[in-house]
Write a protein that binds this ligand. Structure first.
Ligand code: AMP
Length: 188
């Protein structure tokens, strides 16, 4: 089963993805984690994207599509993929559909975690000190939220039209959100 965890930054996608990895032998594919690893390694790609990420902007589609494409063969023999933070644009979603189709696979479900802006800002303000993520500062986070609203929210009607979108109240506690996700996955 291949799943997209969808939602604004700080909605809890990474937290829920990690729980699914433990429980279902699924593989978390987080483009944010991959890009941070590139930056940490000092690679040419990392140097290219570092300032874009720090300021909260989206990295060009071609870069993240390539990162995902490289990892699809590694899914063989696993419980499937949890796409976390990808796709973030309609162009990325179309590329993902095409790559999966080519491999004889598909997205089975898109789970949208809904959290209001006030709560998102409060969460990020709380985690800024601990996370050490330069893009968790208030200015960059505002840019990330507007990128979500402008470029990523159009994926809601895209996946609704495919009949794959399911909504979960991301304001609930981590355990309650996890239970709701489990319930949805049982029905796939
Ligand atoms: P995340 O950890 O998912 O919040 O991603 C952190 C940052 O990495 C984002 O704010 C973007 O700058 C970049 N990024 C991660 N995934 C993508 C993506 N699918 N498309 C474009 N930029 C991305």
């Amino acid at each position: 089963m291949n799943l997209i965890l969808f939602g604004p930054p700080a909605a809890g996608k990474g937290t829920q993805a990690k729980r699914l990895v433990e429980r279902r032998r699924m593989v978390q594919l987080s483009t944010g984690d991959m890009l941070r690893a590139e930056i940490a390694s000092g690679s040419e790609l990392g140097q290219r994207v570092s300032s874009i990420i720090q300021h909260g902007h989206l990295v060009p589609d071609g870069i993240v599509i390539r990162l995902i494409e490289d990892r699809l063969p590694g899914l063989a023999g696993t419980g499937g993929a949890i796409f976390d933070g990808f796709p973030r644009t309609v162009a990325q979603a179309k590329a993902l559909d095409a790559m999966l189709k080519h491999a004889g696979k598909k997205i089975d479900q898109v789970i949208r975690l809904s959290v209001n802006d006030e709560e998102l800002k409060a969460r990020v303000a709380g985690r800024f000190a601990e996370s050490g993520r330069p893009d968790d500062n208030p200015e960059s986070f505002a840019v990330r939220l507007s990128a979500y609203n402008r470029d990523t929210a159009p994926l809601i009607p895209y996946y609704e039209a495919q009949g794959k979108l399911r909504n979960v109240d991301g304001m609930a506690s981590i355990d309650v959100v996890a239970d709701q996700i489990d319930e949805l996955l049982e029905k796939v």
